[in-house]
Design a protein around this ligand. Structure first.
Ligand SMILES: [Zn+2]
Ligand SMILES: [Zn+2]
Length: 268
């Protein structure tokens, strides 16, 4: 089989992409995907050091609905969101989600204590391990505040940006902070995302890393979504062959896609 749905994609509706949605669709068709889910950024209360990841929801839903119709005989287009979870924002999110019949919601931790680890200044004057621990603990805290999502995006995303990236990072070192996240996902029937952006960033691992995906499986987790997190056409379905190999080696037999927030398992 293989992975023929890319369920984490951005276009120019997101503040950090300049690619028209049509160009993403044409690329997905050209590489033979069966389906794709746009998951544009919606981060409220963004830190001042970066762009404002607000989203024009009416324009987004109208445009993508039209494209879904136009290409319906060629590719299965789905409309989702990538929500940035923060303690002060989680109460806003269910009302935002309820405005439109979205197919799929990714919850992603992008900011920590109101600051953005994408910028090197985040790590100045502090130790990397402390930052990574804080990142995992804030995810856990947010999962206790917010449940209106389908999958947890790029769980160890912060290791893309630490001074040593993932060179001193292992699941085992942070297990006491990561396991509570995995337990919450499993207990609440939420998916864990395999995001191939980590492979694109040269980590040699997806986000989260193999060991975390294996731990989720060992704990009884079965629900995996897969996305490239592409912001440009050439990165759609990035290294999905490796993603498929990793998942099969761990013992997963299916990956999950969503339509109107309902899960469907597809064979790997
Ligand atoms: Zn993200
Ligand atoms: Zn993303």
């Amino acid at each position: 089989m293989g992975i023929f749905y890319d369920c984490h994609l951005h276009s120019s509706f997101s503040a950090d992409s300049e690619t028209p949605a049509e160009a993403m669709i044409q690329r997905a068709i050209s590489i033979g995907l069966s389906g794709m889910c746009f998951t544009e950024h919606l981060d409220t209360d963004c830190p001042p050091e970066g762009p404002d990841f607000c989203l024009d929801l009416p324009a987004y839903f109208e445009k993508l609905s039209a494209l879904r119709e136009r290409f319906r005989d060629v590719i299965d287009i789905r409309i989702g969101l990538e929500f940035g979870i923060q303690p002060q924002c989680t109460e806003l999110l269910p009302a935002l989600v309820a405005q439109y019949p979205f197919d799929f919601i990714i919850a992603s931790q992008h900011f920590i204590d109101g600051r953005d680890p994408y910028y090197p200044s985040f790590f100045e004057g502090t130790c990397e391990e402390t930052c990574y621990i804080r990142y995992f603990d804030e995810i856990r805290e947010n999962l206790d505040r917010y449940s209106d999502f389908d999958t947890l995006g790029h769980l160890d995303y912060i290791v893309r940006y630490g001074p040593n990236r993932n060179r001193e990072y292992t699941y085992r070192r942070y297990a006491d902070h990561i396991d509570p996240i995995l337990h919450r996902l499993i207990d609440r029937g939420k998916c864990l995302e395999l995001n191939t952006g980590g492979l694109k960033y040269g980590l040699g691992e997806p986000n989260p890393c193999r060991e975390i995906l294996k731990r989720y499986h060992d704990l009884g987790g079965e629900l995996i979504t897969v996305g490239s997190d592409a912001h440009a056409p050439e990165h759609i379905a990035y290294d999905f062959a490796t993603a498929e190999t990793i998942l099969k080696e761990i013992g997963f037999r299916y990956y999950t896609v969503f339509r109107e927030r309902k899960a469907k398992q597809l064979p790997l």
